[in-house]
Design a protein around this ligand. Structure first.
Ligand code: NOJ
Length: 567
């Protein structure tokens, strides 16, 4: 069993982002204010009170900037304007004012690694031709081979296929190739070129001046490519096999994946942190899928870099006792070593919803969804485990993220037909990987109000909801004891009342047995039962539990969690 040492000591008067619960809104799917089937800013503003009631501290918005929507807004064609699908700048200002008046902070999603191919910078680069300063905003190269018809290197796109696309030059002939880690509609910017850095300084200031409380930075580990754009590389084990990423050193990882986590990225982090700190009380969070030891990811949150980074290790740790111990200990150790809070997160718009993952026998790779032909999850089991993990996670000190709909216990849409799919992954892999649409389905608000359960006034919905969403609707759960919505509300309320976000953490082996796991945070014991036998709870005041019928000193059942104020 683990040591009873205090693993995390909070900072007195900690800045808001060290303890905040941040709710992710995926604008397309939160609430539709104008009946076009697409969520929008006015729809969000009209529903903001439900988030205040939920008890969150801040909202992170996935992108709502001008975009051809080839990757659901992660392909930006104007960083300083709102896409008409979602409204306009006046709608945004109204939303921000309303959110602030309700005590909710707003974080926007900045996408600096790549633009849309419709961005004026890229259009200018195409027109200007080889060797021009316009092309130098992006990463253009000659192809390989006699006819230059082979991609400049072997880098694979995250969405399938190659990272390179060949352009037609202004003279009408096939010419250079441009790099795109993601879809061909998302050309990568050349962050080694100073004008790119200057442009983004302005973009940051544009939104900070407008009053946003911070940024979530997309692909915060991808902006710098290794000098010379060398091919990806494999390393051999002593036995002559291929080393897995988990066995590589940080230096090997930097060579193996020449476009992820290159050391020069940290200069950009520091440049932005200076801007952030020149404003009052703002923060930035890195989306950095950094493989290797957690110490590597922690480099993104050194004191002069990001304030927070998403803890993807915890997201995929899994709901077992051993996995929770390891991931939590590693997180406190790695982030603590650089003076950063850990963040905790289980779901987002890129991953299969955690209640569904926990209902699956095997784990699917990140970025892949579940299709109608796949083995289907056990919904009840997934929900039980998912609620338990959330209750365990929200008892931990640090920042926490909640993805819209998880407060309803919403499962992934696992039977979405191909004809509805929009994720570029689906198209680039010819349907082999179904992609991420299943976690992006519009939210149900009022059960049976119409076909989209009140997502829009007329039932329109850009992706259809599965039949089961009706029973998960917010109004069907509101005020209903034991519902997932009321559980989340209770967890967030008690977390605040007991100061758990900024508390001190120690494992409590004296409160658990072989199959259960307990920790104490600010005098509150958080106990989870992973095993089949019921566990007797310690004496104290029962503050909140996933097990609706649980009484003090009662028996905690499998995959249930209780928070107890120790007497
Ligand atoms: C990460 C975002 O979360 C994801 O949705 C997007 O497709 C890629 N970055 C590319 O921007």
């Amino acid at each position: 069993m683990t040591k009873p040492d205090v693993l995390y000591v909070s900072k007195p008067n900690a800045e808001w982002w060290r303890t905040a619960v941040i709710y992710q809104i995926y604008p397309r799917s939160f609430a539709d204010g104008n009946g076009d089937g697409m969520g929008d800013l006015q729809g969000v503003t009209a529903r903001l009170e439900s988030l205040q009631e939920l008890g969150i501290d801040a909202i992170w918005f996935s992108p709502f900037f001008k975009s051809p929507q080839k990757d659901a807004g992660y392909d930006v064609s104007d960083y300083k304007d709102i896409d008409p699908l979602f409204g306009n700048l006046a709608d945004f200002d109204a939303l921000l004012t309303r959110a602030h008046s309700l005590g909710l902070r707003i974080i926007v999603d900045l996408v600096p690694n790549h633009t849309s191919d419709q961005h004026e910078w890229f259009q200018a680069a195409l027109k200007a031709g080889k060797g021009s300063p316009e092309r130098d905003m992006y990463i253009f190269r000659e192809g390989r081979g006699l006819f230059k018809n082979k991609a400049p290197n072997n880098w694979p796109s995250v969405f399938g296929g190659s990272q390179w696309t060949r352009v037609i030059e202004p003279n009408g002939k096939k010419g250079q190739w441009y790099l795109h880690i993601f879809d061909s509609s998302q050309p990568d910017l050349n962050w080694k070129n100073p004008p790119v850095r200057d442009e983004f300084d302005n973009i940051l200031r544009f939104w900070l001046d407008r009053g946003v409380d911070g940024f979530r930075i997309d692909v915060a580990h991808g902006m710098i490519k290794r000098e010379g754009l060398p091919n990806t590389k494999q390393f051999s084990t002593e036995m002559g096999g291929v080393k897995s990423e988990g066995d590589m050193t940080i230096e090997e990882l930097e060579v193996a994946n020449p476009y992820w986590g290159q050391p020069e990225v940290h200069d950009i982090n520091r440049r932005w942190r200076k801007i952030i700190d020149s404003y009052n009380d703002r923060a930035m969070a890195a989306e950095a899928w950094i493989s290797g030891p957690l110490e590597r990811m922690a480099r993104w949150v050194r004191p002069d870099e990001y304030n927070q980074t998403f803890n993807f290790g915890y997201m995929f740790a899994g709901w077992t006792k051993a996995a929770q111990i390891k991931s939590i200990e590693d997180s406190f150790t790695a982030f603590g070593a650089v003076g950063a809070p850990s963040t905790w997160v289980l779901s987002n718009h890129d991953t299969i919803r955690h209640v569904t993952r926990y209902g699956m026998v095997g784990e699917l790779p990140q970025g892949d969804g579940i299709g109608p032909d796949y083995e289907q999850p056990d919904e009840a089991l997934g929900l039980r485990k998912g609620r338990a993990n959330t209750a365990f996670m929200l008892g931990l000190p640090g920042g926490a993220y909640i993805y819209q709909g998880e407060e309803l216990g919403l499962p992934e849409h696992t039977t979405l037909e191909g004809k509805y799919r929009q994720d570029p992954t689906y198209f680039r892999t010819k349907g082999k990987r179904v992609g991420r649409d299943g976690c992006r389905v519009p939210l149900p608000w009022e059960a049976g109000a119409n076909q989209s359960n009140g997502f829009s006034s007329n039932g329109a919905s850009w992706l259809p909801q599965p039949e089961s969403y009706k029973s998960y609707s917010r109004d069907a759960q509101r005020g209903v004891a034991g519902s997932t919505l009321e559980l989340y509300k209770q967890l967030l309320k008690v977390r605040k009342e007991q100061g758990l976000g900024g508390g001190d953490f120690r494992w409590a082996p004296e409160l658990s047995d072989e199959q259960s796991l307990a920790f104490v945070n600010n005098g509150v014991a958080v106990v989870a039962n992973f095993g089949p036998d019921a566990v007797i709870l310690p004496a104290g005041e029962l503050l909140v539990t996933t097990q609706h019928d649980l009484r003090v000193e009662g028996e905690l059942q499998q995959d249930q969690v209780a928070w107890i104020k120790l007497s």
